[in-house]
Design a protein around this ligand. Sequence first.
Ligand SMILES: [Zn+2]
Length: 288
Amino acid sequence: MEEKVHLIITGDNRESRSVVMTEKRLQRLMRGGIVTAVLFAIFSVVSVYTLIQDHSRQQRMTNLESQVKWLSDQNDHLRNQVNRQRSEKRELISTAVNHLNERSTQIETLLQQVGVDVAVEETAAGQEGSGGPYIEADSGNLDDALFYSGELLKLADQVPLGCPTEGYLSSSFGRRRDPFNGHMAFHSGIDIAHFTGTKVYATASGTVVSCGVVSGYGKMVKIKHGDRFSTVYGHLQKIYLKPGTKVARGDAIGTMGNTGRSTGPHLHYEIHDNGHAINPYNLTFLNR
Ligand SMILES: [Zn+2]
């Protein structure tokens, strides 16, 4: 005989019912309840876990999206900056090239005015004058303009310019009556007269090729300026230099004297262009 269990259920109206079932059945019922409760608990935990997972995944997506947006904003910003700097650089180079070309033209004009042909190799493109078109410049143009103005400056540095000493022009270049014998003769330079001891200066950069006493010239210095020009300073009292000395324009080379074939203290000054004596007047008296 199976044992029965009596379950008495009391309602609010004090009426009571009894449910009778076997113990086994009660145990089955209780087991079923426990299993259901456990399943429900597992289901709840999994649901909550999934919810949390979803939420954090969404959060990560949102973060990622905002990071991507920030990076792309930064990218745009940088691209704009680069573009701006590029165009600023182009503008700077354009301005520099045009300034350089203007300067070069000024130097060219100056050199041509004093009778020096500008024969810089025209590797530089677009050497328009200052009135020429505005050149859209790149770094290549800048290199060309720099090269060209550099060559011009080098040339200008080697062109004898200005007066080598104080004094007045006492004799010009060309045919003249010789002050000693009265015969017509060729004067290969100009004479500048002043006091004995007046300093004499180099009129361009170069190297001393000879110095010492030379027949007719007295104490003389000859300086070579690059491949094209050389200058000669005669009748000196003192010489400060030795052959091989490098000089810059404006360096003192000696003092005015009366040595050699001279009638009074003066400097005999010659300029040679490719080995030929030229009239130094225009290059010497630039402002006259
Ligand atoms: Zn002379």
